[in-house]
Write a protein that binds this ligand. Structure first.
Ligand code: SIN
Length: 283
Protein backbone atom coordinates (compact mmCIF):
# COMPACT_ATOMS: atom_id res chain seq x y z
CA UNK A 1 0.00 0.00 0.00
CA UNK A 2 1.22 3.50 -0.75
CA UNK A 3 0.07 6.38 1.41
CA UNK A 4 -1.43 9.31 -0.47
CA UNK A 5 -2.25 12.67 1.15
CA UNK A 6 -4.63 15.18 -0.49
CA UNK A 7 -4.96 18.67 0.98
CA UNK A 8 -8.63 19.68 1.20
CA UNK A 9 -8.62 23.46 1.76
CA UNK A 10 -5.76 26.00 1.92
CA UNK A 11 -6.27 26.54 5.67
CA UNK A 12 -7.00 23.04 6.96
CA UNK A 13 -7.89 19.46 6.20
CA UNK A 14 -6.19 16.54 4.45
CA UNK A 15 -7.43 13.15 3.32
CA UNK A 16 -5.12 10.19 3.62
CA UNK A 17 -5.68 6.99 1.69
CA UNK A 18 -3.62 3.83 1.24
CA UNK A 19 -2.93 3.14 4.93
CA UNK A 20 -4.11 0.63 7.50
CA UNK A 21 -3.67 2.37 10.86
CA UNK A 22 -3.65 -0.95 12.70
CA UNK A 23 -0.39 -1.82 10.98
CA UNK A 24 1.77 1.27 10.56
CA UNK A 25 5.55 1.37 10.42
CA UNK A 26 7.19 4.32 12.17
CA UNK A 27 7.90 6.15 8.92
CA UNK A 28 4.24 6.07 7.84
CA UNK A 29 3.08 7.06 11.34
CA UNK A 30 5.51 10.00 11.25
CA UNK A 31 4.03 11.10 7.91
CA UNK A 32 0.51 11.00 9.42
CA UNK A 33 1.75 12.94 12.47
CA UNK A 34 3.32 15.56 10.21
CA UNK A 35 0.04 15.88 8.32
CA UNK A 36 -1.85 16.25 11.62
CA UNK A 37 0.37 19.21 12.57
CA UNK A 38 0.31 20.74 9.10
CA UNK A 39 -3.39 20.34 8.19
CA UNK A 40 -4.99 20.05 11.68
CA UNK A 41 -7.79 17.75 10.43
CA UNK A 42 -6.77 14.43 8.90
CA UNK A 43 -9.37 12.12 7.40
CA UNK A 44 -8.36 8.48 7.00
CA UNK A 45 -10.94 6.47 5.08
CA UNK A 46 -12.07 2.87 5.47
CA UNK A 47 -10.47 1.79 8.74
CA UNK A 48 -11.77 -1.35 10.44
CA UNK A 49 -10.74 -0.85 14.06
CA UNK A 50 -11.46 -2.77 17.21
CA UNK A 51 -11.60 -0.57 20.34
CA UNK A 52 -8.13 -1.93 21.28
CA UNK A 53 -6.74 -0.85 17.92
CA UNK A 54 -8.39 2.57 18.21
CA UNK A 55 -6.79 3.08 21.63
CA UNK A 56 -3.41 1.74 20.47
CA UNK A 57 -3.33 4.09 17.44
CA UNK A 58 -4.37 7.07 19.60
CA UNK A 59 -1.66 6.30 22.19
CA UNK A 60 1.00 6.81 19.52
CA UNK A 61 0.11 10.54 19.70
CA UNK A 62 0.38 10.81 23.48
CA UNK A 63 -1.25 10.05 26.80
CA UNK A 64 -5.03 9.60 26.62
CA UNK A 65 -7.57 11.52 28.70
CA UNK A 66 -10.65 10.04 30.36
CA UNK A 67 -13.88 11.99 29.81
CA UNK A 68 -15.66 13.24 32.94
CA UNK A 69 -18.99 11.70 31.82
CA UNK A 70 -18.28 8.21 33.19
CA UNK A 71 -21.58 6.71 31.95
CA UNK A 72 -20.60 7.42 28.33
CA UNK A 73 -17.29 5.54 28.39
CA UNK A 74 -16.81 2.15 26.77
CA UNK A 75 -16.80 -0.29 29.65
CA UNK A 76 -13.69 -2.27 28.71
CA UNK A 77 -11.86 0.78 27.30
CA UNK A 78 -12.66 3.92 29.31
CA UNK A 79 -10.33 5.91 27.02
CA UNK A 80 -13.19 5.72 24.48
CA UNK A 81 -16.03 8.24 24.81
CA UNK A 82 -19.19 7.08 23.02
CA UNK A 83 -21.19 9.67 21.07
CA UNK A 84 -24.36 8.01 19.88
CA UNK A 85 -28.10 8.26 19.39
CA UNK A 86 -28.42 4.46 19.24
CA UNK A 87 -30.57 2.74 21.85
CA UNK A 88 -30.19 -1.04 22.27
CA UNK A 89 -32.50 -3.07 24.52
CA UNK A 90 -33.72 0.19 26.05
CA UNK A 91 -30.17 1.30 26.88
CA UNK A 92 -28.51 4.37 25.31
CA UNK A 93 -25.26 3.41 23.58
CA UNK A 94 -23.56 6.75 24.17
CA UNK A 95 -24.24 10.44 24.62
CA UNK A 96 -26.74 11.78 22.06
CA UNK A 97 -26.45 15.35 20.69
CA UNK A 98 -22.89 15.69 21.99
CA UNK A 99 -20.76 18.59 20.83
CA UNK A 100 -23.47 20.43 18.88
CA UNK A 101 -21.87 23.81 19.54
CA UNK A 102 -18.49 25.30 18.59
CA UNK A 103 -15.78 24.09 20.97
CA UNK A 104 -12.37 22.46 21.25
CA UNK A 105 -12.44 19.23 23.19
CA UNK A 106 -11.74 19.43 26.92
CA UNK A 107 -10.53 23.05 27.16
CA UNK A 108 -12.21 22.95 30.60
CA UNK A 109 -9.44 20.64 31.82
CA UNK A 110 -6.44 22.00 33.70
CA UNK A 111 -4.24 20.30 31.11
CA UNK A 112 -6.11 20.64 27.81
CA UNK A 113 -6.12 18.30 24.83
CA UNK A 114 -3.68 17.90 21.98
CA UNK A 115 -6.14 16.20 19.66
CA UNK A 116 -8.98 13.75 19.21
CA UNK A 117 -9.35 10.58 17.17
CA UNK A 118 -12.91 9.74 16.11
CA UNK A 119 -13.97 6.48 14.49
CA UNK A 120 -17.33 6.45 12.68
CA UNK A 121 -19.12 3.15 13.33
CA UNK A 122 -22.53 4.17 11.99
CA UNK A 123 -23.43 7.39 10.18
CA UNK A 124 -26.75 8.88 8.99
CA UNK A 125 -27.64 8.58 5.30
CA UNK A 126 -27.35 12.34 5.18
CA UNK A 127 -26.46 14.93 7.78
CA UNK A 128 -24.50 14.57 11.00
CA UNK A 129 -21.44 16.35 9.57
CA UNK A 130 -18.73 17.89 11.74
CA UNK A 131 -17.58 21.46 11.03
CA UNK A 132 -14.04 22.60 11.86
CA UNK A 133 -12.57 26.10 12.01
CA UNK A 134 -8.87 26.90 12.14
CA UNK A 135 -7.86 29.02 15.11
CA UNK A 136 -4.31 29.80 13.90
CA UNK A 137 -5.52 30.98 10.48
CA UNK A 138 -8.20 33.02 12.29
CA UNK A 139 -5.58 34.55 14.61
CA UNK A 140 -3.42 35.48 11.62
CA UNK A 141 -6.47 37.20 10.05
CA UNK A 142 -6.86 39.64 12.96
CA UNK A 143 -5.51 43.19 12.86
CA UNK A 144 -2.21 43.88 14.64
CA UNK A 145 -4.12 46.09 17.10
CA UNK A 146 -6.50 43.24 18.04
CA UNK A 147 -3.60 40.77 18.30
CA UNK A 148 -1.81 43.17 20.68
CA UNK A 149 -5.00 43.71 22.70
CA UNK A 150 -5.50 39.95 23.20
CA UNK A 151 -1.88 39.28 24.22
CA UNK A 152 -1.56 38.45 27.94
CA UNK A 153 -5.35 38.06 28.32
CA UNK A 154 -6.70 35.06 30.23
CA UNK A 155 -9.90 33.13 29.59
CA UNK A 156 -11.95 31.18 32.11
CA UNK A 157 -13.25 27.82 30.83
CA UNK A 158 -15.83 25.57 32.46
CA UNK A 159 -17.49 22.25 31.51
CA UNK A 160 -20.89 23.41 32.84
CA UNK A 161 -21.00 26.37 30.44
CA UNK A 162 -21.72 24.34 27.28
CA UNK A 163 -24.54 22.44 28.98
CA UNK A 164 -26.21 25.58 30.35
CA UNK A 165 -25.80 27.63 27.21
CA UNK A 166 -26.36 25.06 24.44
CA UNK A 167 -26.95 21.39 25.23
CA UNK A 168 -29.84 21.59 27.66
CA UNK A 169 -31.87 23.47 25.06
CA UNK A 170 -31.74 20.53 22.63
CA UNK A 171 -34.89 18.37 22.92
CA UNK A 172 -34.11 14.93 24.35
CA UNK A 173 -30.93 16.04 26.12
CA UNK A 174 -29.92 13.72 28.94
CA UNK A 175 -29.22 15.77 32.11
CA UNK A 176 -25.60 15.83 33.31
CA UNK A 177 -25.14 14.77 36.94
CA UNK A 178 -24.11 17.56 39.31
CA UNK A 179 -21.07 15.46 40.39
CA UNK A 180 -19.63 15.80 36.87
CA UNK A 181 -19.89 19.59 37.02
CA UNK A 182 -18.44 19.61 40.54
CA UNK A 183 -15.53 17.47 39.34
CA UNK A 184 -14.61 20.09 36.74
CA UNK A 185 -14.46 23.56 38.36
CA UNK A 186 -13.47 26.59 36.24
CA UNK A 187 -9.88 26.73 34.90
CA UNK A 188 -7.84 29.46 33.24
CA UNK A 189 -5.91 29.39 29.95
CA UNK A 190 -4.28 32.16 27.90
CA UNK A 191 -6.50 33.58 25.14
CA UNK A 192 -3.60 33.22 22.71
CA UNK A 193 -1.50 30.05 22.81
CA UNK A 194 1.51 29.18 20.70
CA UNK A 195 1.15 25.78 19.07
CA UNK A 196 4.09 23.82 20.49
CA UNK A 197 4.82 21.99 17.24
CA UNK A 198 4.09 24.50 14.47
CA UNK A 199 5.01 27.66 16.42
CA UNK A 200 1.84 29.36 15.10
CA UNK A 201 -0.21 31.47 17.49
CA UNK A 202 -3.78 30.22 17.98
CA UNK A 203 -6.92 31.75 19.48
CA UNK A 204 -7.80 29.54 22.43
CA UNK A 205 -11.39 30.53 23.23
CA UNK A 206 -14.58 28.77 22.16
CA UNK A 207 -18.33 29.36 22.61
CA UNK A 208 -18.83 25.99 24.36
CA UNK A 209 -16.48 26.19 27.28
CA UNK A 210 -15.15 29.76 27.51
CA UNK A 211 -17.07 31.63 30.17
CA UNK A 212 -15.33 34.99 29.92
CA UNK A 213 -12.08 36.93 29.55
CA UNK A 214 -10.92 37.56 33.07
CA UNK A 215 -9.31 40.99 32.66
CA UNK A 216 -12.43 42.56 31.06
CA UNK A 217 -15.83 43.50 32.47
CA UNK A 218 -18.62 41.00 31.72
CA UNK A 219 -20.05 43.25 28.98
CA UNK A 220 -16.64 43.88 27.41
CA UNK A 221 -15.82 40.20 27.52
CA UNK A 222 -19.13 39.25 25.83
CA UNK A 223 -18.53 41.81 23.07
CA UNK A 224 -14.93 40.72 22.40
CA UNK A 225 -15.78 37.01 22.44
CA UNK A 226 -18.76 37.52 20.16
CA UNK A 227 -16.54 39.37 17.68
CA UNK A 228 -13.88 36.63 17.85
CA UNK A 229 -16.40 33.81 17.34
CA UNK A 230 -17.90 35.57 14.30
CA UNK A 231 -14.38 36.03 12.93
CA UNK A 232 -13.23 32.46 13.69
CA UNK A 233 -16.16 30.90 11.81
CA UNK A 234 -15.61 32.78 8.54
CA UNK A 235 -15.71 30.41 5.55
CA UNK A 236 -12.00 30.78 4.73
CA UNK A 237 -11.06 29.17 8.08
CA UNK A 238 -13.55 26.36 7.70
CA UNK A 239 -13.79 22.70 6.63
CA UNK A 240 -17.00 20.62 6.86
CA UNK A 241 -16.57 16.88 7.10
CA UNK A 242 -19.28 14.61 5.74
CA UNK A 243 -18.77 11.27 7.44
CA UNK A 244 -18.54 7.86 5.80
CA UNK A 245 -18.75 4.69 7.85
CA UNK A 246 -15.27 3.55 8.95
CA UNK A 247 -13.73 7.02 8.66
CA UNK A 248 -11.10 7.83 11.26
CA UNK A 249 -10.71 11.58 11.70
CA UNK A 250 -7.90 13.09 13.77
CA UNK A 251 -8.17 16.71 14.76
CA UNK A 252 -5.86 19.08 16.55
CA UNK A 253 -7.58 20.70 19.54
CA UNK A 254 -4.71 23.21 19.85
CA UNK A 255 -5.45 24.79 16.47
CA UNK A 256 -9.15 24.10 15.82
CA UNK A 257 -12.69 24.46 17.08
CA UNK A 258 -15.36 22.07 15.86
CA UNK A 259 -19.14 21.68 15.97
CA UNK A 260 -21.29 18.58 15.35
CA UNK A 261 -24.33 19.29 13.17
CA UNK A 262 -27.53 17.90 14.69
CA UNK A 263 -29.61 17.91 11.51
CA UNK A 264 -30.34 14.18 11.04
CA UNK A 265 -33.63 12.44 11.73
CA UNK A 266 -33.78 10.62 15.11
CA UNK A 267 -34.23 7.23 13.38
CA UNK A 268 -30.97 7.78 11.47
CA UNK A 269 -28.29 6.12 13.57
CA UNK A 270 -25.06 7.98 14.33
CA UNK A 271 -22.60 6.03 16.48
CA UNK A 272 -19.07 7.28 17.03
CA UNK A 273 -16.14 6.38 19.27
CA UNK A 274 -13.70 9.12 20.28
CA UNK A 275 -10.40 9.14 22.12
CA UNK A 276 -8.85 12.38 23.37
CA UNK A 277 -5.09 12.92 23.58
CA UNK A 278 -3.54 15.05 26.32
CA UNK A 279 -1.44 18.09 25.40
CA UNK A 280 1.57 17.09 27.47
CA UNK A 281 3.38 20.23 26.22
CA UNK A 282 0.83 22.24 28.23
CA UNK A 283 1.63 20.52 31.54
C1 SIN B 1 -17.26 16.17 19.53
O1 SIN B 1 -16.27 15.48 19.59
O2 SIN B 1 -17.35 17.17 20.19
C2 SIN B 1 -18.43 15.79 18.64
C3 SIN B 1 -18.02 15.66 17.24
C4 SIN B 1 -19.06 14.94 16.45
O3 SIN B 1 -19.80 14.12 16.98
O4 SIN B 1 -19.11 15.17 15.24
Amino acid sequence: MTMHCRQMTPALGAEITGVDITDLDNQTFDAIYESFNKHSVVVIRDQHLTPEQHVAFSRRFGKLMIHVLKDELLEEHPEIYKLSNVVKDGKAQGRPNAGQYWHSDLTYEETPSKGSVMHALEVPESGGDTMFSHTAAAYEGLSDAMKAFLEEKTAIHEFRHAYEKFTKRIPGTVPIPEEAFAARPPVEHPVIRTHPETGRKCLFVNPGFTVRIKELSFDESDAVLEHLYRHMTKPQYFYRHSWQTRDVVLWDNRSLMHCAVGDYAPEQRRHMHRTTIMDSDAV
